[in-house]
Ligand binder design. Structure first.
Ligand SMILES: Nc1ncnc2c1ncn2[C@@H]1O[C@H](COP(=O)(O)OP(=O)(O)OP(=O)(O)O)[C@@H](O)[C@H]1O
Ligand SMILES: [Mg+2]
Length: 303
């Protein structure tokens, strides 16, 4: 799909002192995106620092994918500013983003299922040896390097010859994370990497998200799940209907508050009301409306 957009820069915010020691690698200032007359994203500000996990949460249609499509070069913002290393940018293709060290792991991983793990690791960037015109694939070196890089990240696979399609979803996400680290990503975007995974596999993926962070990458972790986010996140941004409803660092928000923001207390109360009209749903089992709409902060007295 191609889009033909003309950018209009909105108001420029005053410079804010960076929270980390280094400035943000990626920054959105009041950024937005309209698809024709559908406004998918509006007035969103976000900073991604090295060695930090920035979580982007939100319900279906909240604008999460739109946000990462801007950063990964698939779409262009139509309002506000997008900066990399403090310089305004406008990417035309995902290649532009990769050149700046911004790598994206999409949920439907772009792998060739029947190819071995090591081959997928180097897909599109194969190692070669020998002088032209006798240049050929350096298979041994690729196998060794893939093995070493996976081990460096703490990922141990029995056999790198096995087709990547035989790995579990979680293992495939991990290979993709190790690959991005090896190819020098500075920012790693993960679009719902744990969405289709069970508890154990999600834990493994979260572990490698932390490993990527410990190696200095700025990670953007998109998820529906506040529990997953809170396990690894340094900063939390909650999107609702295309605008940023919450932007808070770990010290500013508790898991309970984050969960409440995600659940949308008022919306749940409305849902409960609707469910009450449906036969066979036991709304007695659901929390009371007051509990759903009450501000979380006041739910417990100061200890
Ligand atoms: N290419 C497009 N053309 C028109 N509208 C779009 C396009 N892509 C997204 N939208 C709209 O923009 C809004 C945000 O969509 P987006 O895919 O960013 O949400 P999301 O938070 O990723 O949702 P989900 O959790 O379902 O993946 C939605 O209302 C969607 O219908
Ligand atoms: Mg999405």
């Amino acid at each position: 799909m191609t889009t033909n957009e003309s950018g209009t820069h909105g108001a420029i915010l005053p410079d804010v002192a960076p929270e980390g020691e280094d400035g943000p690698i990626v920054e959105l200032r009041n950024a937005g995106k309209a698809y024709g007359n559908i406004r998918a994203l509006h007035g969103v500000s976000l900073k991604v620092f090295p060695s930090q996990v920035t979580c982007v949460l939100g319900d279906n249609g909240a604008g999460k994918s739109t946000l990462i499509k801007i950063i990964s070069g698939l779409h262009q913002h139509t309002e506000g500013e997008f900066l990399v290393d403090g310089t305004p940018v406008r990417f035309s293709t995902p290649r532009d983003a990769l050149d700046k060290g911004i790598a994206t792991v999409y949920q439907d991983l772009a792998v060739v299922p029947l190819m071995p793990v090591w081959r997928n690791f180097f897909l599109g960037s194969e190692m070669t040896k020998g002088p032209w015109p006798l240049r050929r694939l350096d298979i041994e070196k690729m196998k060794q390097t893939a093995d070493q890089e996976l081990r460096n990240m703490g990922i141990v696979l029995d056999n790198l010859e096995q087709p990547i399609g035989t790995l579990s979803g979680g293992q495939r996400q991990c290979v993709a994370i190790a690959r991005a680290v090896y190819f020098g990503a500075r920012v790693l975007i993960l679009d719902e990497p744990t969405a289709a995974l069970g508890v154990k596999q999600s834990g493994v993926v979260l572990k490698y998200i932390a490993a990527a962070r410990d190696r200095g990458l700025g990670v953007i972790f998109i998820t529906h799940n506040p529990h997953h986010a809170y396990m690894v996140g340094d900063h939390f941004s909650v999107l609702r209907l295309g605008t940023m409803e919450l932007s808070a660092s770990r010290s500013e928000v508790s898991l309970e508050e984050l969960t409440n923001h995600m659940a949308g207390g008022a919306e749940l109360a409305a849902l409960k009301h609707e469910l009450a009209q449906v036969r066979g749903v036991d709304v007695e089992e659901l929390p009371e409306e007051e509990d759903l709409t009450a501000p979380v902060a006041s739910s417990e007295g100061a200890a």
